[in-house]
Design a protein around this ligand. Structure first.
Ligand SMILES: Nc1ncnc2c1ncn2[C@@H]1O[C@H](COP(=O)(O)OP(=O)(O)OP(=O)(O)O)[C@@H](O)[C@H]1O
Ligand SMILES: [Mg+2]
Length: 252
């Protein structure tokens, strides 16, 4: 069998803030064109992990490689190049309220790609708005959009630089179940269309099941359970994983 290419490779990664030991030896791989779902309760260190991935935080020890390169050893210029290949949609990813949708989309593009013509820029913006299903919002202000529409525009903006890896930090937080489903479909479409490899952080197991090829549950600073939804959840014996499952599918 052909070895699948690892785009992210994490080994024994540790990170503490003072006495707070957040990551206590994390191992995790992300394969090319995979959707990997990361679950874990609030404060377990999910956002810290993806911040280390893009060099916004640095680990205390252990290794985190992206495209085979140790992120902590990258020079500033290399780190900037890497960041262009990673689309990071922040947990509270806000659009710029004083800019139209078009200007929000244009901003990262003109900052990072200097030689584009007006026509190139327009074509790219229109293509991305089309692929998130919101071409009609191009001249609107963020305040005129619904929560779900804002998330879609945020995803379109993240895609505008053609990232190879997408990091979605709680893309469906605060949305109703139907809109959640739509965002989940969008995440699947993005992978088909742009051939991205993705890490999706979510608290929503229905979402995890719909989009994830594999689940990874962060428990007590380590990934204890990693596998397909069926492998990790329905018959989990670990109480901490069971409670996740029960909460999502029985008590809600
Ligand atoms: N820059 C920082 N300085 C100090 N402590 C931090 C810093 N960033 C995160 N922490 C702490 O690390 C822990 C993990 O935070 P993190 O944001 O990764 O949680 P999370 O799993 O993403 O939670 P949530 O699901 O609520 O988003 C928290 O206790 C947080 O207070
Ligand atoms: Mg978080």
């Amino acid at each position: 069998m052909e070895e699948r290419e690892k785009v992210v490779e994490i080994k024994n990664l540790k990170k503490s803030f003072g006495d707070l030991h957040v990551l206590k030896g994390v191992d995790l791989d992300l394969f090319r064109q995979e959707n990997l779902v990361v679950l874990g309760k609030s404060g377990s260190g999910k956002s810290v992990l993806i911040k280390i991935m893009v060099g916004l935080l640095r680990q205390d020890s252990g290794s985190l490689k992206v495209f085979g390169k140790e992120v902590a050893s990258l020079k500033k210029k290399e780190l900037n190049e890497l960041r262009l290949k990673i689309g990071f949609s922040f947990q509270n990813s806000a659009l710029y309220d004083s800019m139209t949708v078009r200007e929000n989309m244009e901003f990262p593009l003109v900052r990072n790609e200097k030689n584009l013509t007006r026509k190139d820029i327009n074509t790219r913006i229109e293509e991305l708005l089309d692929s998130v299903g919101l071409p009609q919002t191009i001249n609107q202000m963020p305040s005129e959009l619904s929560g779900g529409q804002k998330k879609r525009i945020g995803i379109a903006r993240t895609l505008i630089l053609n990232p190879e890896i997408m990091l979605y930090d709680e893309p469906t937080a605060g949305l109703d179940p139907i809109t959640c489903g739509e965002i989940n479909n969008l995440i699947l479409e993005v992978r088909e269309r742009y051939k991205t490899s993705s890490i999706v952080i979510t608290h929503d197991l229905a979402c995890a099941k719909q989009i994830g090829d594999r689940m990874a549950v962060l428990l007590d600073g380590q990934f204890d359970a990693v596998g397909t939804f069926e492998e990790v959840f329905p018959n989990a014996e670990d109480e901490r994983i069971k409670s996740f499952y029960d909460y999502n599918f029985i008590n809600s």
